[in-house]
Design a protein around this ligand. Sequence first.
Ligand SMILES: *Cc1c(COP(=O)(O)O)cnc(C)c1O
Length: 632
Amino acid sequence: MAGWTLDNARELYGIDRWGNGFYDLDDNGDVVVHLRENGKSAAVSLKSLVDEVRERGGALPLLLRFRNLLDRRIEALNDSFRSAMEASGYTAGYRGVYPIKVNQQQQVIEEISDFGRQYNYGLEAGSRPELLVALSYMHDPGALIICNGYKDNAFVDLALQATRMGLRVILVIEMPGELPTIIARSKALGIRPDLGVRFRLSTGSEGRWAGSGGDRSTFGLNAAQLIDAVDLLREEGYLDCLHLFHYHQGSQLPNIRAIREAANEAVRVYLSLCEEGAPMGLLDLGGGLAIDYDGTQSSAPSSCNYGMAEYAADLVEVVQAQCDRAGAPHPELITESGRAVVAYYSVLVFDILDVTEFAHPEPPDPPSADSPEMLRNLWDVGGALSGKKLQECYNDAYYYRDQVRELFNFGQVTLRDRAHAEKIFWHLLTRINAEVQLLEHVPEELETLESELTDFYYGNFSLFQSLPDHWAINQLFPVLPLHRHNEEPTHRAVVSDITCDSDGKIDRFIDREGERKHLPVHKRGPGEDYLLGIFLVGAYQETLGDLHNLLGDPNVVSVSLDDGEPVFSHEIEGDSVADVLSYVEYDPKTLEERFRRFAERAVQAGNITPAQRRDVMRAYRASLNGYTYFEG
Ligand SMILES: *Cc1c(COP(=O)(O)O)cnc(C)c1O
């Protein structure tokens, strides 16, 4: 314990590797977020924010959002492209768009529209609902609204009409069939479209979303389809409407090399469209700018081997080189970076409700002389425990433990004896593991011992609601305690959620070397307050989540700085039980009515008194209006 420092904690949880300077530890051992607004900055303890929310009656789990971090990512992205362009003499600019699907929350779209205005930062809409959002929030005539995704007549009509109203709405042709629709609607409304085209690059990519690009990707035109589209545009007199070339390689691209290769192919196609006679001018490089979730700066799927500045510099360089070679003007560059903009924005905080410890450092009582023989044999294994015989003792411990279980099944051992045997067994494993830690070479069979002894920490959250990508595609997120970093974490845990689904747990964590199967945690005494945070959950996690076990949206509090002091600028109550039940077609009024009739019958039958009916109805109603999560 002595000698444990904050730097040890930083190192263990990698906070300085994935925190991007936004998250760190303070001298109290709390996790802090660094906010900077209106010229003032502050390091705000997340634990103290949670305490303040709880004092006001707010319950966990809680999603904390930091508007300032969103702003600073937009600022960084624009600065990165601007510096790269200045440094290399690039003659056109950068005009990013935010893809709404990555986090559609009203607060996010409003903030991006307001803060992004200084950069003419726009929006990308991939569906008609998203287009409706964009048309209501993005009124900067200098910003782009880029329309990807399937477009029906109503979608195309709205986009065309918005063009007439002075917005720059670009319809990106994703499928060959869309072009005749767009031309027909344009003729019907008498509005010329602002067109883009999405191309299916042959360059493959890496990472979990590699399928978004390449020959077999579902979106975009291939070379033959693109040429057909150009011919059709020319025939119909619409080629002068084609301004933008777009591709999207997939999300979270871990390797900068694949990004460069794709850009290289893309510029070649872009320049070919210029040669075909289209005016062009806009090169949209799509999303994919990755976040280093595990802090390893590698090409592992939850990491990336490049930073934002390198990303911008490389793209600028590739495009510039190809254009200069062709003697063509530099296009304005667009990215559709979603994850890179919103990931840092939110943190999910929850409390640990209970703990199951497997490690058993305390020696159990010895068996008595009349205990079953197998139980006594199990106990004797402890006496033989020495460095050389670890493997043998491990095997014996299992053997005698299993024997005791079998005898129990035959009715020859009592439940009390069986419980005693299990205590001895876990104590033996704990001792063996302590010895194994000292070995230079760990025997293969003992390698899993560590995870057998990993505790369960039960967290008040739903993995399916709040961290769907961990469950669905094995993505890693930084998870760590929000406090006590002055103390060495002496336990190792898997974090289980409160759904009754065995998949509802976090059992893979970030690590310097890539990944580990347990989270270092502090010992939590019974009833003690122990808070964990899951970081970098701003991208994709909020809306992809589902209602497994009918656990709903968590409470949300947005925190910003007012004159250097943290204030709760926005609070949203999470789903109530009634909300969630109504999503699955229950009518809360009917539920209450049915239960009330049942309660009345119980009064008639003499099972409860009228006053007891009043109490139980009150409890039923309170629960219906309450939070879906565990309430202390
Ligand atoms: C999802 C998506 C994006 C966002 O990708 P990120 O990796 O989050 O930056 C951008 N463009 C298109 C077409 C998308 O489908």
